[in-house]
Design a protein around this ligand. Structure first.
Ligand code: UTP
Length: 456
């Protein structure tokens, strides 16, 4: 790190030292050993993998009754102010390539509201339904913290009280080279990255947020990612199932689109409920089908979790068995040569070290998985084009609205994929779930949908 120390100015030295002080060397040593394969990582080809059990969507009288019971319990938790919304928004958003925090990306099909605004509106709509206000926590990172806060200030917190919107910064980890040394991006600058969405646990503990939540009476965090505008993060039934099953960490799942979809899958690994990444699931298992033709490993991880605060604190303290493993990703990391001149590598030269939130599941008591209607709940915007892109996300929003309208008895022309031939929008204030939409729709005299309409 200090190869070029002698030739740095006072200002540059100060900057380099500030960065160096952020690095926890013990943690980095453990992380590099794991990432460089010296610590005995899990080998999934040897692991005993089985599909995970999950609570399916209601389909008959008994299961409908169970879902209604869960919904009632979830509503009680929300009425009592025991649930906080939590968005992880500290990532780099490299694939989307948007100039700004990902949450500021305009996503709704007509009014082009940002992801942040949409989530704020969902929270405001929920606040009309439940007795206690809802706190919203957002995890940012050094790379987007300032811009994210500014976006909220410029937009007046989207009408939410500033005392109920809280930002916390996640930690950063240096990029390392395959021999384990820290990479310099410039003679006075270490190449640092956010430490993965698993950094959420530590960020909650280190920033004093756990204490703040406890003082506010919050018991469970509803965790979701910034890039999924459909996330139903305040749906009572899921929160109710979490509580009924005595789970410390529960997750939402939906049927995978197909064997090649790039989502992690819930499974039992050597008997423990876990998520296996798509790239680690052996191909024969990824393609294995049951007699009815369904994929056997079918429960896709949608990155929505209910996590008890006490469990977050246990993982965040990173002691004993309550530690998340580090994952490594090979990347092209801009660096300097021996003379300190900048080099843009043509092939991967560095390793990014990250922890993942779902690696906490096997450490949780009674983890539980609950199905959600995918078309209502999941359409991440990861890429500028192609799969999980701006275009697919926009179409998925329109399909969802069109389905709600048609099932409520409205008239609309749709194509064979369910996408309408016009653009319109249903705001969370109008309805944030299908039942609510149907009720509101039936209250309108002569309801009709036209191009550009915003149902507000
Ligand atoms: P992704 O893994 O999709 O990464 O994050 P990303 O940073 O958004 O995008 P790419 O991979 O650079 O293109 C999934 C979610 O986890 C959050 C992201 O902000 C997103 O909500 N995340 C990811 C963090 O909060 N911190 C991280 O260190 C990584």
């Amino acid at each position: 790190m200090f190869n070029f120390w002698d030739r740095l100015s006072q200002e540059e030295r100060k900057h380099l030292l500030k960065q160096a002080c952020q690095i926890d060397l013990t943690r980095l040593k453990d992380a590099s050993r794991e990432a460089l394969g010296q610590a005995g990582s899990v080998n999934d080809s040897d692991a005993d993998l089985e599909p995970a059990p999950w609570i399916p969507l209601p389909s008959g009288v008994d299961s409908t009754r169970l879902w209604e019971e869960a919904e009632g319990i979830g509503e009680e938790l929300l009425n009592a102010g025991k649930i906080a919304a939590f968005t992880v928004a500290g990532g780099q958003g490299t694939r989307l390539g948007f100039n700004g925090p990902k949450g500021a990306f305009p996503i709704t099909p007509v009014s082009q509201k940002s992801l942040f605004q949409l989530f704020a509106e969902k929270i405001k709509a929920a606040q009309m339904r439940f007795e206690k206000p809802i706190m919203w926590f957002l995890m940012t990172s050094e790379i987007n913290d300032e811009a994210t806060k500014k976006f909220f200030i410029d937009n007046d917190n989207f009408g939410l009280s500033s005392s109920r919107v809280r930002f916390l910064r996640q930690g950063m980890m240096p990029a390392i080279c395959p021999t384990g040394e820290i990479i310099l991006e410039r003679p006075d600058r270490i190449s640092m990255n956010p430490d993965g969405h698993g950094g959420f646990f530590r960020a909650v503990v280190d920033n004093g947020v756990a204490e703040e939540m406890r003082n506010a009476g919050i018991e469970t965090i509803s965790y979701f990612q910034v890039d999924n505008p459909l996330a139903p993060f305040l749906e009572p039934a899921f929160l109710g199932f979490h509580s009924m099953s005595g789970s410390e960490m529960s997750s939402r799942a939906a049927h995978k689109k197909g064997p090649d979809e790039k989502v992690g899958v819930f499974c039992k690994r050597n008997g423990n409920l876990s998520v296996i990444e798509y790239s680690d699931l052996p191909d024969n298992l990824a393609r294995l089908r049951s007699e009815d033709g369904d994929l056997v490993f079918n429960a896709g991880n949608l990155a929505m979790h209910a996590i008890d605060l006490a469990f977050v604190e246990r993982i965040g303290k990173n002691k004993g068995i309550y530690k998340l493993p580090y994952h490594s990703a090979k990347k092209k990391v801009p660096t300097v040569d021996a003379q300190g001149c900048q080099v843009t590598p043509k092939k991967p030269n560095g390793i990014k070290l990250e922890t993942f939130v779902f690696d906490a599941i096997p450490l949780a008591k009674s983890p539980c998985i609950v199905e959600v209607c995918r078309a209502d709940a999941f359409s991440p915007v990861k890429n500028a084009e192609g799969d999980d892109s701006i275009a697919t996300c926009r179409s998925d929003q329109l399909r969802k609205y069109a389905r709600w309208v048609k099932e409520a008895g409205g008239e609309l022309t749709i194509d064979e994929t369910g996408e309408p031939n016009i653009s319109f929008e249903i705001t969370p204030q109008f309805a944030d779930n299908q039942d609510e939409f149907t009720r509101r729709w039936r209250d309108i005299s002569n309801p009709c949908i036209e191009d550009g309409l915003i149902l507000d």
